[in-house]
Each structure stands twice: as structure tokens, then as C-alpha cells.
Ligand binder design. Structure first.
Ligand code: FAD
Length: 384
């Protein structure tokens, strides 16, 4: 069986590695002109790292990524609302949650794929025949295979051309991210805190070291969809919004430059009826893009990769494999999309009264319930 993967992001590259582990031949195409060290940081949750252990990629990640002692949610007045101790996660699940520069992760994944990515191949459409499926690219070329895996992100052309029209849901929040070329002092490395403003209105920010001279910083705030920003004005706005955020935030903001800023509105994807049709199946954001509130978008793409490769390895029949993959994955991925959405909406609450209520709700989650939630997210058993 020959497989084409469209999209060489985290989902597509992880799928490639999972397929090669099962001895399944593939070609991988991406619309970008080449591998460019773009993006800011990312946290890889315990569940993602457990898949990478099985794929033989975890050690390379652990050698360069950062493992904070605590991952907290707190308020800008310093109250801790929730806390995860990475050592406890390592005790329970054998690994913790790591922070890494996206470009570093991308390079590690590229180092682990046997087939070179064919860059500059933007998929325009998919045409399915009786015994094959063809991918048409914007440079006029086409590629044929027995099946196509669409790993081309939230705006997936594979999905739009062959499976279903996606409906994007705006979270009400816009987001800036950056890599700031500084090192945090030692005491700031212990805890990676997502800080929620007591004013609410979607205002949150975080910084964490993800590599030498690489501090991953981000901020969200409630704004109408599609708001446009000139980088200089954006930076002035960001500094003003975060003026009463403490710890090392003032120093990080001091070192932040307009040219480092990556800006985008936060959307997710309304649930699809199906993740596959005929010879074409979706993984990652193409199937279930989520808001980043619980740091699980890539984690879910990585789980997809494992389960899809396993499903294709245990049956010659691609329809059965796709159905099995969907049955194992769709409910869990959708639940995570929903939980992430609800948490983001909670941060949209505005005003002293509502933010006090929000803080109280976050703090009053009983320890047993918190443990159950973490077990659901991190302790997932993927077959194979
Ligand atoms: C602000 C923010 C913070 C986040 N933080 C985290 C986090 O901490 N932890 C976490 O787990 N997740 C996080 N996520 C989510 C995570 O980034 C995504 O879920 C993940 O990148 C999805 O991977 P993917 O491969 O499915 O899609 P993408 O990363 O979007 O990759 C798609 C690839 O397909 C290519 N492509 C696109 N269109 C075409 C086409 N037509 N033809 C060919 N190629 C195409 C693109 O060039 C790209 O390489 C965050 C998301 C955002 C927005």
C-alpha cells in the first residue's frame, strides 16, 4: 500500500514516523517553500511524550527541551489557582510535560523521517478514482497513492476538497507569541505559570524558557475577530495590558521587540461528521483543531498518528482501518476540544465579581477530580 501525507507539521511528520515503524511506505508533501525555523514555543504534554517514547523520538526531545518543576495557573496578584507537579507526573506516567521551541521540535521530527519532505507542494484538490486517489498541487503536478492522509492543519485543503466544509469558531481572543532571546534567572525556571489577569476579558500571559536564549512568551486578550495590528502599536498595547503582571514579566516585555511578534486570532473547528471519506482520512488540526487553553492540540495530533498507523498495520482494508481509527479517537479528541473551549470562555469573564467567582471555581476543584482529569488526559492507553 502506498500512502501520501499532505502536510509536514507536527501531525504529518509524526504520522510519517509512525508509518515507517509499521513498515508502511509513504510520501510526504508540504505547501511551504522549505523547512524554515519559524514559530514560537510549544508544550508537549505527558500523553504526547509517551507516544514519542514509543516512536523512539522522546530522548532527542528530552535532551534539548525544558522540564519545569511546576506548571501553574495563577492570577496576576500571585494566587495559585491550579498546579501540576511534573515529578508526580513522571512518577505516575513515566514522563513529564516539556517545553520546546517549535522549530527545534520540527527539526527533530525531520531528522527521524526516512523520506524527504517534498516542499513547495500546496495541495489544491483531491480526486478519487476507483483504485487510487490523486492529489493535485498548485505547481500543476499531481501524485497518486492508495490512500491520502490530510495533515494540512486547521484550514485543510484536503478536508475542504474531499470530506467536509469546516466551520471555524472564534474564541473571542486574539493572541501574540514570541521567542525572546534572553535567559531567565534560575528561580524563574522552576515554575512555568500561565497568569490570568484579575480584570478578566481574556487577558492572560505566560513565559517559559524553552532553550538557551529562548524564552517562549505569549499573551491573549479579548478582541473582535480579525483585528489588525501594526507590530509597534501591538507591542505598546501589550506592555500597557500587562503593566501589572509581576515576577519576571517586566524584564521579558523589556526585551520583547515588535519583529518577534507572531499574531493570530484563536479559533477551533466545530466537530466534523466524519474524519474520513473513501480513500482520504484526516489527522491533527485538519480533523479537530482546538483552542490552545490546555496545550493539547499537538498532543492530539500525535495520538492520531499512533492510532492511525496501528490501524493501517492490522488490516489491509483501508476503510476498516479508517473506521477503527475514528472510533478510537473521535470522542476523546472532541472532549478535549470542548474542555479547552470552556476553559478559554472562563477566562473571557470580565469584572471583579466574575473574575473572583472564576478564581474560586478554579481553586475549588477537588484534588481527586483534578487527578481524574489528569489521568484522562495523560494516562490514555493507546493500543498497539
Ligand atoms: C497559540 C497556539 C499555541 C499552541 N500551543 C500548543 C501547546 O503548547 N501544546 C500543544 O500540544 N498544542 C498547542 N497548539 C496547537 C498545535 O500548534 C496544533 O494542534 C498543531 O500544530 C497541529 O499540527 P498539525 O500538523 O495538525 O497542523 P499544522 O501545525 O498546522 O501543520 C500543517 C502543515 O500543513 C502544511 N499545509 C497547509 N496547507 C497545505 C496545503 N494546502 N498543501 C500542503 N501542505 C499544506 C503547512 O505548511 C504545515 O506544515 C497551539 C496552537 C496555537 C494556535
Amino acid at each position: 500500500m502506498k500512502v501520501i501525507i499532505v502536510g509536514a507539521g507536527i501531525g504529518g511528520l509524526t504520522t510519517a514516523i509512525a508509518l515507517q515503524l509499521r513498515g508502511i511506505a509513504y510520501e510526504i508533501y508540504d505547501g511551504a517553500p522549505g523547512n524554515r525555523p519559524l514559530g514560537a514555543g510549544i508544550t508537549l504534554g505527558v500523553n504526547a511524550m509517551r507516544v514519542y517514547e514509543r516512536l523512539g523520538v522522546a530522548t532527542a526531545i528530552q535532551q534539548v527541551a525544558m522540564l519545569p518543576t511546576y506548571l501553574n495557573i495563577c492570577t496576576n496578584s500571585g494566587t495559585v489557582l491550579q498546579s501540576i507537579r511534573n515529578a508526580a507526573m513522571e512518577g505516575h506516567y513515566g514522563t513529564g510535560t516539556y517545553g520546546i521551541h517549535r522549530a527545534t521540535l520540527q527539526q527533530i521530527l525531520l531528522d527521524h523521517v526516512d523520506q524527504p519532505v517534498q516542499w513547495g507542494k500546496r495541495c489544491l484538490s483531491i480526486i478519487e478514482g476507483t483504485d487510487h486517489v490523486a492529489v493535485h498541487f498548485s505547481d500543476g503536478s499531481e501524485a497518486k497513492a492508495n490512500i491520502v492522509i490530510g495533515a494540512d492543519g486547521i484550514r485543510s485543503a484536503v478536508r475542504e476538497s474531499h470530506i467536509e466544509t469546516g466551520r471555524y469558531r472564534y474564541s473571542g481572543q486574539t493572541c501574540w507569541r514570541a521567542i525572546v532571546p534572553i535567559d531567565l534567572p534560575a528561580k524563574e525556571l522552576v515554575t512555568a505559570s500561565e497568569v490570568w489577569s484579575n480584570k478578566g476579558g481574556g487577558l492572560r500571559a505566560m513565559y517559559m524558557q524553552v532553550g538557551p536564549k529562548q524564552v517562549y512568551w505569549w499573551m491573549t486578550v479579548g478582541r473582535p475577530e480579525g483585528s489588525q495590528w501594526v507590530p509597534d502599536q501591538a507591542l505598546a498595547f501589550i506592555r500597557e495590558q500587562l503593566r501589572d503582571f509581576h515576577d519576571y514579566m517586566p524584564q521579558v516585555l523589556e526585551a520583547l521587540r515588535p519583529e518577534y511578534l507572531i499574531h493570530g486570532d484563536l479559533h477551533d473547528l466545530a466537530p466534523l461528521r466524519s474524519w474520513y471519506r473513501g480513500r482520504v482520512v484526516l489527522v491533527g488540526d485538519a480533523a479537530h483543531a482546538t483552542t490552545p487553553n490546555i496545550g493539547q492540540g499537538a498532543g492530539q495530533a500525535i495520538e492520531d498518528a499512533w492510532v492511525l498507523a496501528h490501524s493501517l498495520a492490522i488490516t489491509e482494508n483501508y476503510s476498516s482501518a479508517f473506521e477503527r481509527y475514528q472510533q478510537v479517537r473521535i470522542k476523546r479528541a472532541q472532549k478535549i476540544v470542548d474542555v479547552s473551549w470552556q476553559l478559554g470562555q472562563l477566562t473571557n469573564w470580565k469584572g471583579r465579581l466574575l473574575t473572583s467567582l472564576r478564581n474560586g471555581l478554579m481553586r475549588s476543584v477537588p484534588e481527586r477530580m483534578m487527578e481524574r482529569q489528569l489521568k484522562y488526559m495523560f494516562g490514555v492507553t493507546l493500543e498497539g
